[in-house]
Design a binder for this molecule. Structure first.
Ligand SMILES: Nc1ncnc2c1ncn2[C@@H]1O[C@H](COP(=O)(O)OP(=O)(O)OP(=O)(O)O)[C@@H](O)[C@H]1O
Ligand SMILES: [Mg+2]
Length: 291
């Protein structure tokens, strides 16, 4: 595949469940080697979109291409080239952890080493445990192992770190970063916006089946172009202002403090987080009747 061909292309995607239209014209592209995040409230249409890309659901309209193939027609050719963490998994409950990973490895032409993958997801101590005895977060780690073991070029991760403890989440982040270093493409959905900010080259915020905004996390939406400056004033009150360009305000604050011979305490200059931008965008969007 040339780098000009997107790993994923979605054009005006529609999906109807009965008379409920869950996806209403979603478009985005993911370049090969990119980590792309789909964000949005519960019921926004993220899993529906991802499952259409994986070949598990039929679309009602629009164009979809995954690694140059239409997943609706070419699922069989696609399967060995993609890895999947479904939002809700739990197929292998009555076999051991390493057996599940070995079985899954056997479905791929060039799998990774099973023990290495079990180690990567932090389940070495549980390799001989029955899958059904794993805790929620450990079961999720097994799901991640199954997505990685085939060494696929494209990996779909639908809320992969839900239920992870903080250390496990960070470990999963470094796994995703390693995948990116290896040139893999990742489509990630998550409700953890710090996770999206840390991992994604670009994100799309989806709501009511439509894309509200798309771009690199740092530059997304109107809030992304502002700085937030906060400081403690002469009276000891904490002040906060938002500025497109904070240069003049900072000059004014620091020179006034110098003139008074005082330190400017609690000064901080920050960009709004992705979470701030997300909350602003999803609050502004007109709420539609959800069925
Ligand atoms: N099999 C189905 N039959 C009918 N409606 C469905 C089906 N699957 C999903 N839906 C509806 O489609 C909408 C989008 O669901 P989807 O699972 O894609 O949302 P999501 O963005 O992944 O949400 P979450 O963040 O909660 O995972 C929801 O209103 C949901 O109720
Ligand atoms: Mg979902």
């Amino acid at each position: 595949m040339t780098s000009a061909t997107p790993a994923i292309l979605v054009r005006d995607l529609h999906k109807r469940y009965g008379d409920h239209e869950a996806v209403r014209g979603i478009s985005f592209e993911v370049a090969a080697g990119e980590v792309f995040g789909l964000l949005g409230p519960n019921g926004a249409g993220k899993t529906t979109t991802v499952e259409i890309l994986e070949g598990f659901r039929e679309r009602s309209g629009g164009i979809v291409s995954v690694l140059g193939l239409d997943p609706q027609a070419g699922a069989r050719d696609l399967r060995p080239r993609i890895g999947i963490v479904l939002q809700s998994c739990g197929i292998y409950r009555h076999i051991k952890v390493h057996e599940a990973v070995e079985y899954w490895a056997g479905l791929y032409p060039h799998p990774r080493d099973v023990d290495e993958v079990v180690e990567i997801v932090g389940l070495t101590e549980k390799r001989d445990a029955l899958a059904r005895t794993l805790s929620g977060g450990q079961a999720r780690r097994l799901d991640l192992a199954l997505a990685l073991v085939g060494d696929p070029e494209l990996i779909f991760l639908d809320e992969p770190t839900t239920g992870f403890d903080p250390a496990a989440r960070r470990a999963a982040w470094s796994t995703v970063r390693r995948l990116q270093e290896l040139g893999k493409t990742v489509l990630l959905t998550t409700h953890y916006l710090d996770e999206a900010q840390a991992l994604c080259d670009r994100v799309a915020i989806v709501m009511d089946g439509r894309v509200l905004a798309e771009g690199p996390p740092a530059t997304l939406g109107p809030a992304g172009t502002r700085y937030r400056v906060s400081w403690r004033d002469e009276a000891g009150t904490l002040q906060e202002r938002e500025e497109r360009d904070p240069t003049a305000l900072l000059h004014q604050l620091t020179s006034a403090a110098l003139a008074r011979g005082e330190a400017l305490t609690d000064l901080s200059v920050s960009r709004p987080s992705l979470e701030d931008v997300y909350l602003e965008l999803t609050a502004e969007a007109p709420q539609e009747q959800r069925s």
